[in-house]
Design a protein. Structure first.
Length: 1033
């Protein structure tokens, strides 16, 4: 193909077949438009983390018992899931969460099925009191796209929850794109059997008997098939309770006559227990802007369009209202709406593409002063964009800020090839007819255009090897950028020559052209004079500039480093933690003070509160010593402060409140739940061992050493938070003598305190728990607990204090494990603008004083680990990109000398990037590394054009210095045009206004600074180095 291009074959074919070229171009536009209409829309590419999570709850069970009876059993079974590389768990009161991590790129659906099979095996070893386990893959697309707070001015919170559960939430499950709905908050209706334990004992019964009888009687069983009058019928045995009165009338024979039903007077459940239609205990209070309510979360399917799903849900709500299916007393408010941010972010990205294209075309027009020629060059932009849309549709990609960002980044680069081609054709038209000029000009620049495009693609090629979160996030950007660049090459080699051959050069220049001719003439004259002087002292120029090459490696060394820029979605998560044992009412008073503070701020749109725990999507966590507040700020363009600035301001205000005994932590919530590390903290250090007391001591020592470390806040470890427990110690000898087991004692304690769910009650299609319990507030002291009756196997009952004692003790509220061993996790948050690498050096020095016992290890599990892995990967990719760029040029020129000269522009690009980062005080992040790799292919383009022209001039000019000066002067105009169109075309993205711009802003700025600085230096250094290398040849 190279020989064909050098002879102008493709350009000549295009000039001879203008109709064919036009039809092909029209086909690209039509297919692109057709594809565009069918592209999905979302904020980010579809990211599925290689994690599977398992959650099991057993309300009221202390963390130690949860770990021993549930977490360990789960870990043993799940750890042998095929492909799992790590397993971590977090156990708290009544809750066990296990996370399985797999390698990026693993088939997570297969992993989920395998883990589900292992979970089924583990269930055989779990207590029968646990609630059904949930297992799911960690997928940001499953984060709620819409959250509603539902309230009523007439119904109580129980009736409201019932209406949402059974009348409202199911209306959305059949909508296209909706995966599930989750209801949180409020109080769930419950049927409670309030036992009179003394009266129960009088009849020779105990808690176990009631539980067994209720479970065996409340049944509906299939009876099989039978034939009746030549008809086959199915049968069933119905023992379900038809009403609460039916439940109260359930016969309960005395224990001494369980098999003699007809020999005694019938005893009913209502004789020993009060049947109450009530609700579960209140442990969590949900409010939106201070008003109590229920939270409804809508999750979308992974491939569904966020904007369409939210629109469909809102349309369904309007339809329900129009059909009077939503009572007038029901009110609804939006807690969060992902479609708003997605719509704004995509609008801003689209604006960056359009405005970048217009700015690039304005630059072209100012240089050419000819509208027709400007439009010829500009044809590359729509052709490339629509060609990319077609490939995106075939590849299953969506329109998101990454794919649109790829187009926005490349919009200025798309015209580079067409500029070089048309500028050379225009120069030839001064002495040749349009057809000959197009063919001859194409022969001269085909090789340079092909080489420049090849280097761009070669620099991007290493991204095929990127794994992890960065690969998932940026691969679609690279795909769209590559497709656009490739299409611009095709346009430059076909459409531009075909159109240019039919446009004659104007005999007279207009005012704009004359003005630009004067400006360029003066620039070229000044540039020629400068080169003439410098080429006389080429070695001196090299000695002055080449030391900067050595500095390029150190230019980025001391810059601040982060993993990814934060995107300002305006969501702030606030955690309120109190001392163990804090009552819900006391916690709620403090939370209401914070609510009032946040609601009074002018930047706040809404404040959603879960007092006594957390509610997010499918996850609910209840604890009276914890609360969560989610603050939604106004859209970025409507508020005074950014999220980080607002958070800093609020932290100062909260500190002034002096909330003794309460700790308030704030963080800006990641977009779509995107996590950089396995935990929530920026800094996460772990000490692994077995003994909880030793781990807690080491955690205390580590926190003490870290206090006062500049740049970090919220330093704590997971064993700092303890929970006071009432421990029932069984006297095994006495219990064995009386014939009672530890399980019997534990079940009796459970019924006495929290109650025990023994069955369910059906009312139509609704299902409610039946809970067996003592009257509330019956047990308020350990002595009262000692008087609880425990059933003995001979039908008698004894008091708890006869077989067990009680004592108070402190236990960890949370137990964390990594690789099936206990850990203490020391976490901290970075202050805004602080580099994690600088902080971690200080932390390492401080923790070097920590003495670890044998068998205990300290390791890093936070953001620094992820950051180091990312930097190592990008360093390798940058080296690979430079190597591939050099290989492409060496093959293109069949020479090593010229490619080495051309590569000299790359280090100066790095210096330009370092200067830009310093001037803007911008940290190094993964997008910065991405920009550096892309620069490796971009900055050499102008040097390729310059060196190629020098080679052409040397064939016509015997004097080396004259050939260099003439070639540099001829190529100054197209070089300036391509650089300015690229830089100015990226300005909308580099300036980064509006939602969603934060992620790609560093990437665009890197290219702007690196390309600008490298071009200025390359115009000097490349001619001089070429002069030195080729002198005497």
């Amino acid at each position: 193909m190279r020989d064909q291009l050098r002879t102008g074959g493709l350009a000549a074919w295009s000039i001879r077949r203008p109709v064919s070229v036009l039809m092909l171009a029209l086909s690209v536009l039509v297919l692109g438009l057709f594809s565009f209409e069918r592209l999905g829309v979302d904020l980010l590419p579809h990211i599925i983390y290689p994690d599977v999570r398992v959650r099991i709850t057993d309300p009221g069970v202390p963390a130690r018992i949860m770990e021993d009876k549930i977490t360990r059993q789960l870990e043993e079974q799940l750890a042998i899931t095929e492909g799992v590389i790590s397993i971590q768990s977090n156990t708290s009161e009544g809750r066990s969460a296990v996370n399985l991590s797999f390698a990026y790129g693993a088939d997570i659906d297969v992993a989920l099925r395998e883990a589900s099979n292992r979970l089924d095996r583990a269930k055989r070893f779990l207590p029968d009191t646990v609630e059904p386990a949930t297992i799911y893959k960690r997928d940001p697309s499953q984060i709620p796209v819409l959250e509603l707070a539902i309230s009523s001015n007439q119904r109580d919170i129980v009736a409201l929850r019932d209406w949402v559960d059974y009348h409202f939430s199911n209306w959305f499950l059949n909508l296209p794109g909706v995966a599930s709905t989750e209801v949180g908050g409020g109080l769930t209706r419950e049927i409670q059997l309030i036992i009179d334990q003394d009266r129960l004992a009088d009849y020779g019964l105990d808690f176990r008997d009631l539980s067994r009888i209720i479970q065996s009687e409340n049944q509906e069983l299939s009876g099989g098939r039978f034939n009746l009058a030549q008809r086959e019928l199915s049968s069933r045995t119905n023992g379900r309770f038809s009403s609460l009165e039916d439940l109260a009338q359930l016969p309960l024979p005395p224990a001494s006559a369980l098999d003699l039903y007809g020999s005694i007077d019938t005893l009913h459940l209502g004789d020993v227990a009060q049947v109450m239609d009530t609700h579960e205990d209140e442990r969590l209070r949900i409010r939106l802007d201070g008003a109590p309510g229920i939270k409804l979360s809508i999750q979308k399917q992974p491939d569904a369009n966020t904007i369409d799903v939210v629109a469909a849900v809102k349309e369904r709500i309007h339809w329900l209202e129009s059909q009077k299916l939503i009572p007038e007393d029901i009110g609804m408010d939006t807690v969060s709406d992902q479609s708003v941010y997605v719509r704004h972010a995509l609008r801003n990205a689209s604006t960056a593409v359009i405005s970048g294209a217009l700015l690039a075309m304005l630059v072209v027009y100012l240089f050419l002063g000819n509208l027709r020629r400007t439009l010829i060059i500009g044809s590359a932009i729509p052709m490339a964009i629509f060609f990319t849309f077609t490939l995106m549709a075939f590849g299953g990609l969506t329109l998101n800020i990454m794919t649109l960002g790829g187009l926005a980044l490349g919009v200025g680069m798309l015209v580079d090839n067409t500029i070089v081609m048309l500028e050379n054709i225009s120069r030839h038209q001064h002495s040749e007819n349009p057809r000959e000029a197009a063919i001859n000009a194409a022969k001269e620049v085909n090789s340079a255009i092909l080489a420049a495009t090849s280097t761009n693609l070669a620099a991007i090629l290493p991204f095929l090897f990127i794994g992890g979160l960065v690969g998932l996030l940026f691969n679609e950007l690279i795909f769209t950028l590559s497709a656009a660049i490739l299409s611009s090459l095709i346009v430059a080699l076909t459409l531009v020559p075909a159109l240019a051959a039919r446009v004659r050069s104007a005999e007279t220049e207009n005012r704009l052209q004359r003005g630009m001719t004067i400006i360029m003439g003066r620039l070229q004259a000044a540039y020629q004079n400068l080169l003439t002087r410098l080429l006389r002292h080429s070695w001196l120029v090299a000695l002055v500039l080449l030391p900067f090459l050595l500095l390029s490696g150190y230019g980025l060394k001391d810059a601040k480093q982060i993993f990814l820029p934060s995107m300002d979605e305006g969501q702030i998560s606030i955690s309120v933690n109190a001392d163990s044992g804090t009552q819900l009412d006391d916690m709620d008073k403090v939370v209401r003070q914070l609510e009032a503070l946040f609601q009074a701020d002018e930047n706040v749109a809404s404040v959603f509160t879960s007092s006594g725990g957390f509610v997010f999507g499918r996850s609910t966590f209840e604890s009276s010593s914890h609360s969560g507040i989610n603050v939604q700020l106004l859209p970025l363009t409507q508020r005074v402060l950014g999220s980080q600035a607002w958070m800093t301001q609020m932290q100062a205000s909260v500190k002034e409140m002096k909330l003794v005994g309460y700790r308030v932590y704030m963080r800006v919530r990641g977009v779509r739940g995107m996590q950089m590390s396995r935990g929530d903290d920026d800094i996460s250090l772990r000490i692994q061992g077995e003994d909880l007391d030793t781990l807690a001591r080491l955690g205390d020592e580590a926190v003490s050493l870290l206090r006062g470390t500049p740049g970090i806040r919220n330093i704590e470890h997971n064993y700092e938070e303890t929970r006071e427990e009432l421990v029932v110690e069984v006297d095994r000898e006495r219990a064995a003598l009386l014939g009672v087991s530890a399980e019997d004692i534990g079940r009796a304690v459970q019924v006495a305190l929290d109650g025990r769910i023994v069955s369910d009650y059906l009312e139509g299609d609704r299902q409610y728990n039946i809970r067996l319990r003592l009257p509330q507030n019956t047990i308020t002291t350990p002595d009262q607990l000692g008087n609880v009756l425990v059933g003995v196997n001979n039908g008698q009952t004894i008091r708890l204090h006869e077989v067990a004692g009680t004592r108070l003790m402190l236990s960890p509220a949370r137990i964390k494990r990594d690789s099936q061993r206990r850990i203490v996790e020391i976490g901290a948050s970075l202050n805004t603008g602080v580099s994690i690498t600088q902080v971690m050096d200080d932390i390492d020095a401080r923790l070097s004083k920590l003495e670890l016992p044998d068998g205990y290890t300290l390791y890093d599990g936070g953001l620094r680990k992820v950051l180091r892995e990312g930097q190592d990967m990008f360093s390798i990719l940058l080296s690979l990109a430079l190597f591939l760029v050099f290989v492409v040029m060496a093959v293109q020129y069949e020479s090593l000398r010229n490619p080495l000269i051309i590569m000299l522009g790359v280090p100066f690009a790095i210096i330009g990037v370092a200067l830009g980062l310093y001037i803007l005080d911008m940290p190094i992040s993964m997008p910065v590394w991405l920009g550096l790799i892309m620069l490796a292919g971009i900055v050499v383009n102008n040097a390729i054009i310059l060196v190629e022209q020098i080679e052409i001039q040397r064939q016509q000019e015997t004097n080396l210095q004259a050939a260099i000066i003439q070639a540099a002067s001829l190529r100054l105009r197209p070089i300036l045009m391509t650089v300015l169109t690229t830089v100015i075309g990226m300005l909308p993205l580099a300036l980064g206004f509006g939602e969603g711009a934060e992620m790609l802003k560093p990437l665009a700025l890197v290219i702007v600074f690196g390309l600008s600085f490298s071009t200025l230096v390359s115009l000097i250094i490349i001619p001089n180095i070429y002069h030195i290398v080729n002198r005497g040849t």
